[in-house]
Design a protein around this ligand. Structure first.
Ligand SMILES: *[C@@H]1O[C@H](CO)[C@@H](O)[C@H](O)[C@H]1NC(C)=O
Ligand SMILES: *[C@@H]1O[C@H](CO)[C@@H](O)[C@H](O)[C@H]1NC(C)=O
Ligand SMILES: *[C@@H]1O[C@H](CO)[C@@H](O)[C@H](O)[C@H]1NC(C)=O
Ligand SMILES: *[C@@H]1O[C@H](CO)[C@@H](O)[C@H](O)[C@H]1NC(C)=O
Ligand SMILES: *[C@@H]1O[C@H](CO)[C@@H](O)[C@H](O)[C@H]1NC(C)=O
Ligand SMILES: *[C@@H]1O[C@H](CO)[C@@H](O)[C@H](O)[C@H]1NC(C)=O
Ligand SMILES: *[C@@H]1O[C@H](CO)[C@@H](O)[C@H](O)[C@H]1NC(C)=O
Length: 576
């Protein structure tokens, strides 16, 4: 009787040996300490990223359908066509499912393509199945706790099938970056006098800007857009929402030519709320109020939808993934999406960054223009991080799919100051070079031009061969309504992104009303048309205790090509 048991034991050990450590880290990141093991019966919700079938094929396709002049320009894919590229192979799905089955676990797909599946299991089961040590870690600043492990394994035979599992070794940002950021610019309050003759005296003399001033400055149409099946979506995360009453006050005050009843639709993701409780719109209100006011109030006549994503505690970037997957599950996703949330590359794990890249690539394939801000940390580094060479660029602004063709458009900041009567780079404008992602081909000429002009063909502070941001920029000081009050002393690249997103939504509307497809992933079009922007040549973006980058003739890592000139963009967008 002893012999068979020994054999079984040996077999069992042999199986245990064929495990591969998929991810590990030595210690928790700075700012977190382990306070003990997690109770073994606590239930974890783990997400498994399965290997996507043909992400390279998808990226090739995006490049073709997004490049004006390509015969496939504008031929966006359906949900099924995108799923066809990213769905894991049948072999992958069945191998992973039977491995989970053999451990008594069930999974369910959480994305339309089935490339992500989720499993609920207890800590003891997770420790056993993944050879992990799930423990409770505490954020030393906030005292918030998270459950993570410093390493985990999968059967070696599934190496090619499972990309990564979350949440495991990736911690949230210790500094809680994620919500959009604004700067109190009271001390810089200006009496700017833009010399542009077409600008009304009111706009010339104001220190912050209203929709009418942007219409004058950038040539944005004020007449309502023609009816068209076109939606501009505004992103909220962590249950922050957009206030309807403040929007009505804003329209009454600043767009008396519009109905004050003009409002927005709601999409809820992960139970995201929009309960309109007074002063309840959350920490991000300083951005969400203008986010909704400068989309409804500037993209005149375009339908606006607010996407409220709920809270996944300590897992902000999973909320972003969920938002994108929700959009992918729609037959007709919004054509333009504004997302003013994010942080710095160093605060994001490479796995999450790559997964976000791949999901935004899918949105690009569906014809969605996804617009983000570059943040207000200048050339990089959070204000209290003075020693941060190499520079820490903004995220998700630097995002692009795996083979490094960008799938989001990043907007930096400009301003008028007392010293300058021209629109110039704002010193807070986030911009620089990615530490993760290669430079996409469409950026080569623009970025090489900048590097040659400034003699920066080599550097230790930034990677000259990687994705550079921003792509474009716009004014960063706007007047808006918050809790019934008129606010005009904050500046943010979020405001710049709102203005640009509204312009994109109007341009998209013109195409759709003319029976053409939407603009989709914008960058190849933008980089073909540098002259559709007001080139910023004054200013820089200090960061990391340095002077940062300079705005120069042509593209630069402070303002990209500069601020939009609507009539010229209109011409470029309607050509194909
Ligand atoms: C991936 O997609 C590309 C582009 O459609 C296609 O040419 C290629 O054959 C596909 N590869 C696989 C393995 O399906
Ligand atoms: C895991 O639990 C959540 C609720 O906590 C539930 O929504 C989800 O369907 C469960 N997933 C599986 C695969 O059972
Ligand atoms: C964290 O806990 C310590 C010890 O209980 C306490 O002194 C501190 O105020 C707490 N910090 C926060 C932000 O709650
Ligand atoms: C902005 O800064 C000014 C001057 O530093 C200060 O008086 C004001 O209270 C600040 N406003 C807010 C809302 O923080
Ligand atoms: C706005 O809505 C109110 C209440 O439904 C209505 O009385 C008013 O006429 C509307 N105003 C406009 C301009 O449509
Ligand atoms: C620079 O970026 C490229 C690709 O993006 C990468 O291969 C290289 O390792 C990076 N170099 C440094 C020093 O970060
Ligand atoms: C920016 O311009 C200043 C003044 O012309 C110059 O000293 C500095 O080297 C420039 N910085 C970079 C990064 O090119």
């Amino acid at each position: 009787m002893l012999k068979p048991i020994a054999v079984i034991f040996l077999l069992h050990s042999a199986v245990r040996c064929q495990f591969l450590i998929l991810e590990k880290r030595g210690d928790p990141p700075a700012g977190f300490s382990r306070i003990g093991p997690t109770p073994v019966d606590q239930v974890l919700n783990l997400r498994l990223a399965l290997t996507q079938g043909n992400i390279t094929g998808l990226q090739d396709t995006i490049y073709e359908i997004s490049t004006p002049g390509n015969p496939r320009y504008g031929q966006y894919l359906t949900q099924d066509e995108v799923n066809h590229f990213v769905a894991p192979s049948e072999g992958t799905t069945s191998l992973v499912t039977s491995w989970l089955d053999s451990n008594g676990l069930t999974s369910s797909p959480i994305t339309p393509a089935g490339d992500w599946i989720s499993v609920n299991l207890t800590v003891s089961k997770a420790n056993e199945v993944l050879g992990a040590d799930f423990s409770t870690f505490q954020n030393e600043d906030t005292n918030q706790t998270v459950v993570r492990t410093l390493a985990y394994s999968i059967p070696t035979s599934l190496k090619a099938d499972i990309s990564w599992i979350h949440p495991t070794v990736n911690f949230p940002s210790a500094r809680g970056l994620g919500s959009p950021s604004v700067q109190n610019i009271t001390s810089r309050a200006t009496s700017a006098t833009p010399p542009i003759s077409s600008i009304s005296a009111d706009c010339r003399e104001s220190s912050s800007w209203t929709p009418v001033c942007f219409q004058e400055l950038y040539g944005i149409l004020s007449a309502p857009a023609k009816p068209a099946a076109n939606v501009l979506a505004v992103s909220g995360f962590e249950n922050n929402f957009a206030n309807e009453r403040d929007l009505a006050t804003f329209l009454e005050t600043f767009r008396p030519d519009m109905s004050p009843n003009t409002t927005f639709e709601l999409i809820s993701v992960d139970g995201g709320i929009n309960n309109q409780l007074p002063a309840g719109s959350g920490i991000a209100a300083l951005c969400l109020a203008p986010d909704i006011q400068y989309t409804v109030g500037l993209a005149t006549g375009v339908s606006v939808t607010f996407i409220s994503t709920g809270t996944i505690p300590n897992d902000f970037y999973t909320e972003m993934l969920d938002q994108a997957h929700n959009l992918l599950s729609m037959t007709n996703p919004p054509q333009t999406v504004l997302n003013t949330w994010g942080s710095l590359e160093s605060q994001v794990s490479p796995q999450i960054a790559i997964s976000l890249c791949n999901v935004y690539a899918q949105l690009a394939a569906r014809g969605v223009s996804y617009i983000v801000e570059t943040g207000l940390w200048g050339a990089g580094g959070i204000p209290f991080d003075t020693d941060c060479v190499p520079f820490d660029p903004p995220f998700p602004a630097t995002l692009m799919p795996l083979d490094f063709r960008s799938s989001v458009t990043a907007v930096g900041a400009t301003e008028f100051t007392t010293d300058e009567t021209q629109e110039t780079a704002s010193s807070m404008s986030g911009g620089g070079f990615s530490n993760f992602f290669q430079r996409p081909k469409y950026q080569d000429a623009a970025v090489d031009g900048y590097l040659r002009l400034t003699g920066n063909t080599e550097s230790t502070a930034f990677n000259v061969s990687s994705r550079a941001v921003p792509d474009v920029s716009a004014i960063s000081q706007v007047e808006f309504i918050l809790d019934g009050e008129d606010i005009n002393f904050f500046g943010s690249t979020a405001y710049s992104a709102e203005i640009f997103a509204s312009i994109v939504a109007l341009l998209t509307n013109e195409r759709i009303a003319a029976g053409k497809p939407a603009l989709g992933f914008l960058n190849p079009l933008l980089y073909q048309n540098p002259s559709a922007f007001n080139d910023m040549q004054v200013g820089n973006n200090p960061g990391c205790n340095t002077d940062g980058f300079n705005a120069t003739a042509g593209w630069d890592p402070v303002t990209g090509f500069g601020s939009p000139i609507y009539p010229k963009l209109q011409e470029a967008c309607n050509k194909f």
